[in-house]
Design a protein around this ligand. Structure first.
Ligand code: SF4
Length: 463
């Protein structure tokens, strides 16, 4: 009998990829995806633990589902993702309405756990990680069947995500990831290439390779003797092979730690136009003392060097970053260093966050936790600076012709299409013909800090 699953995904793209994988596993159990909560037999909450607020949202959502379960006792609730891993049995105690709880390292066990919970009528749980050196199956389960893995929207998506490495060995002092995702374990290149091929055959035009620390891809496989290191390292080698997937227009990857970022990787952007002209390289702070207590393993000067590698390779390289304001002990002068770096690098955009302590991390125990008002003020100054930079870049874009890969049509305004330039700027274009999935030249005519506006320039040839 066909049953229906309602999937709710919080957090990063890795969670989106994990949700798609779980959906694929559930399809094998005869579940179909539904957007309508009222007809769902199973609620799958794929959670994020990166900020305290994200966890609170999950708890409040579980409260609503508890009420709903009183009306419809047959409904099952599965909680997966980083909150499931971090909270484990404690969360089951707090929220007995949960039927299944699965950490990100145990996704493959989801069908068996649902089965177990259904038969035994009790909660079933699996958390923990594969050990380094274990075989990692982080792909969609149908890699043997040759079918295209499902999307969370039920539609063919232009961009698809492929997890290539799980976990992180870096232990930045503010970050919960090494505790919720475990140590780095890479997937075999053959499996990644096969999955990418199937996604492109199924209609994807852009693939995003994902890892918490994606630049470290393959180092564990080289250590095990499963993979030759090659001259430029296993990640660059993988990117070269994936980029050659027939029909793939763009290849992106995230997230990169500057510590593991290499010059050959920067050079790849110059050598292969499918890599685009955009890179996200999180720095977190523009001050050396703060970087040291964050345990980022690079200095500001070493970070600048990586920016130079990128811009030597591609002079108009667009770069974005992550920044934390108000890290414990951050002084006004140290924060000013962050502003200086932002001004100097001229990022195309930033993800700036107020520091929020994550239980279990070293930074949460550090002295000098800053008042909310100080962090608010710093965050506002940082965002205002970046807004002015982005607006200058928007003005400079006017009159340029950019190659835009169209990703989706506005639900509210049919005939309005959105895509991204090679520099990853969002572009809005009106068109009477469908554009989704096409890569076309667009004349930029205006825009704001969020999106550029343009018109199709089909007859213009790009050089
Ligand atoms: S490199 Fe990224 S994922 Fe790893 S600990 Fe640091 S911030 Fe977290």
């Amino acid at each position: 009998m066909t049953r229906k699953v309602h999937v709710e995904t919080w957090g990063c793209q890795m969670n989106v990829a994990d949700s798609e994988k779980m959906l694929s596993l559930l399809q094998g159990m005869d579940y179909v995806l539904t957007e309508d909560e009222k007809e769902a037999d199973l609620f799958l909450l794929n959670t994020c633990h990166i900020r305290e607020k994200a966890k609170h949202k999950v708890i409040s959502r579980l409260g609503m589902l508890r009420e709903m379960k009183k009306q419809r006792p047959g409904v099952q609730i599965a909680v997966t993702g980083c909150v499931a891993q971090a909270e484990g049995a404690k969360l089951l105690k707090e929220a007995p309405q949960i039927d299944v709880l699965v950490g990100p390292g145990k996704i493959d066990e989801l069908p068996a756990l649902i089965q177990k919970s259904t038969v035994e009528g009790t909660a079933a749980m699996a958390t923990g990680f594969n050990k380094p050196g274990d075989e990692l199956k982080r792909g969609h389960h149908d890699h043997n069947t040759g079918t295209v893995p499902p999307t969370l929207t039920g539609k063919n998506e232009v961009t698809r995500f492929v997890n290539i490495i799980q976990g992180c060995n870096n232990f930045c002092t503010f970050c919960i990831v090494p505790f919720t995702r475990g140590r780095e374990i890479s997937r075999q290149p053959g499996e990644i290439l096969a999955e990418t091929r199937r996604l492109v055959e199924g209609g994807a035009r852009e693939v995003m390779l994902l890892g918490q620390n994606v630049n470290s891809y393959g180092l564990d496989l080289v250590e095990k003797g499963d993979l030759a290191a090659g001259n430029d390292g296993p990640f660059v080698e993988l990117l070269r092979q994936v980029a050659n997937t027939p029909g793939l227009q763009r290849l992106r990857f995230t997230t990169s730690n500057p510590h593991d970022f290499t010059r050959p990787l920067a050079q790849l952007f110059a050598d292969d136009p499918r890599m685009g002209r955009y890179m996200h390289l999180p720095v977190q702070s523009g001050n050396d003392r703060v970087l040291e207590v964050m345990r980022r393993k690079v200095t500001v000067e070493e970070y600048r060097e990586r920016i130079r590698w990128l811009r030597d390779a591609v002079p108009d390289m667009a770069i974005s970053t992550d920044l934390i304001v108000g890290f414990p002990g951050e002084t006004d002068a140290e924060f000013e260093d962050t502003l200086k770096l932002v001004e100097e690098v001229q990022y195309s955009f930033i993800y700036a966050f107020k520091y929020s302590p994550r239980k279990g991390t070293a930074a949460a125990r550090m002295p000098g936790q800053l008042p909310e008002a100080v962090m608010d003020e710093r965050l506002a100054r940082l965002n205002a600076l970046q807004d002015s930079i982005t607006m200058r870049q928007t003005e400079a874009e006017c009159g340029a012709v950019r190659e835009v890969l169209f990703l989706y049509e506005s639900k509210k305004s049919p005939g309005v299409f959105y895509g991204r330039t090679e520099h990853f700027r969002l572009v809005r274009v009106e068109s009477s013909r469908p554009l989704v999935g096409e890569c076309l030249p667009v004349l930029i005519t205006g825009g704001n800090k969020t999106a550029l506006v343009g018109e199709l320039a089909d007859r213009i040839t790009l050089h």
